[in-house]
Design a protein around this ligand. Structure first.
Ligand code: SAM
Length: 383
């Protein structure tokens, strides 16, 4: 059982409720996601879809509206199954797809069917066997079929890692889970309650992002890992956020290696853009990219250690690496620079005085990372 499943089961939660009172907005967001992934919504019409880890089924609704033919759902969480059944029962459309709900993990699901689309959103990036699962899902694609999965990396996780770090300092004396949720909600609600397009409650966000142990999983599956995983039988179709440009000539059909290398290089030169939402794109050289990533890796590792041990010595190490990171961002992005500076000041205050005053104002509403990235992979046609 992976850390997601353990945590949800232990706390008896599924903190992924979405506010879909404005259904049109919800569907527009889903349409826009797939557009960035190179899949116009019309492509789902009359198609056979497998959705893995559908949670409570909020995102599944979009496929109903896109008029898919059949949807098979694999979801191990019993609360999720209960909620999605309710949700689907309350959805009355002129034409409903055939729905097959399987209450199991994807590892337990063994059918021999092939699918036009396979969607696995929101969990593969931080479980140990992501690679095996993705290979298995690629195998289940029909001719020309498309798989969508989510990735993360230490750039995209950085802001949330810092939010977790500050939270874990503040809640270090609290042992009760609900009290932790309450305190963390207090830290963030001032800056988050008016966020445009936030479809989850702050409490659910705290449970799923600030307190969820899966975030600190040792293996994090990145876009680089996906590029390196696939072979010449597949195309990278798109990503959201959309980071790849492709200047190859469409008639060059034997250029798999060059294209993969080119995508890899683009990813490395652009991944620092995942640190903060809403910033203009910058492109940096590979040396600088590696330097930044090494610093972020150290910050990540020490932050994980701090969450386990709450030792001040670990904070001193984090401080040192944050100061290195600050230097790197001086000539890249002012808002990221200013964010790092705020965290440095907060850690310094704690190390000097033993407290963080004004903890409800450390974070600003713009402190949002581009936490998870989507990537779509298309199986080439066998003619
Ligand atoms: C963060 S939730 C995401 C839910 C939904 N896909 C979304 O994006 O809103 C992760 C989901 O993955 C499911 N999950 C975790 N491990 C799984 C596995 N091995 N097989 C199938 N589903 C899994 C969990 O039960 C949970 O519903």
């Amino acid at each position: 059982m992976n850390k997601f499943l353990n945590y949800y089961k232990e706390q008896n939660i599924l903190p992924i409720k979405q506010n879909i009172s404005n259904m049109e907005n919800h569907l527009r967001k889903r349409e826009n996601l797939y557009r960035q992934l190179g899949i116009p919504a019309i492509a789902f019409k009359d198609k056979n879809i497998l959705e893995v880890g559908a949670g409570s089924g909020y995102n599944t609704l979009a496929f109903f509206h896109f008029e898919c033919k059949k949807i098979t759902i694999v979801e191990p969480n019993k609360n999720g199954i209960k909620e999605m059944k309710q949700l689907f029962e309350n959805t009355k459309l002129f034409k409903m797809p055939e729905i097959d709900i399987q209450n199991k993990t994807i590892e337990e699901f063994n059918d021999n069917n092939k699918y036009d689309f396979i969607i696995a959103e929101g969990f593969l990036h931080s479980i140990d066997n992501a690679k095996d699962i993705i290979l298995n899902l690629l195998d289940k694609l029909d001719n020309g079929g498309i798989l969508v999965v989510t990735c993360m990396d230490y750039c995209s996780m950085f802001i949330e890692q810092m939010k977790r770090l500050v939270s874990s300092i503040i809640i270090s004396n609290i042992s009760d889970y609900n009290e932790k949720v309450k305190k963390c909600t207090e830290i963030f609600e001032g800056t988050m309650k008016n966020l445009k397009n936030m479809s989850r409650s702050i409490e659910d966000w705290v449970k799923d992002d600030i307190l969820n142990p899966a975030f600190n999983n040792d293996i994090i599956f990145t876009i680089k890992d996906v590029i390196e995983l696939i072979n010449n039988d597949y195309y990278i179709l798109g990503t959201s956020q959309n980071i790849f440009t492709d200047f190859s000539w469409y008639k060059d059909i034997d250029n798999f290696k060059e294209l993969s290398n080119n995508y890899l290089k683009q990813y490395l030169m652009k991944r620092h853009n995942f640190i903060m939402y809403g910033q203009e794109e910058t492109i940096i050289n590979l040396n600088k990219s590696n330097k930044i990533y090494n610093i972020l890796t150290n910050i990540r590792n020490f932050s994980k250690q701090y969450e386990e041990n709450n030792e001040n010595e670990i904070l001193e190490n984090i401080l040192k690496f944050l100061e290195d990171l600050l230097i790197e961002f001086k000539d890249i992005n002012n808002n990221i620079y200013e964010f790092i500076e705020r965290i440095i000041n907060c850690l310094k205050e704690f190390l000097e005085t033993g407290k963080i005053s004004n903890y409800k104002n450390i974070f600003k509403s713009g402190d949002i990372g581009r936490t998870q990235q989507y990537i779509s992979i298309q199986k080439k046609y066998r003619f």
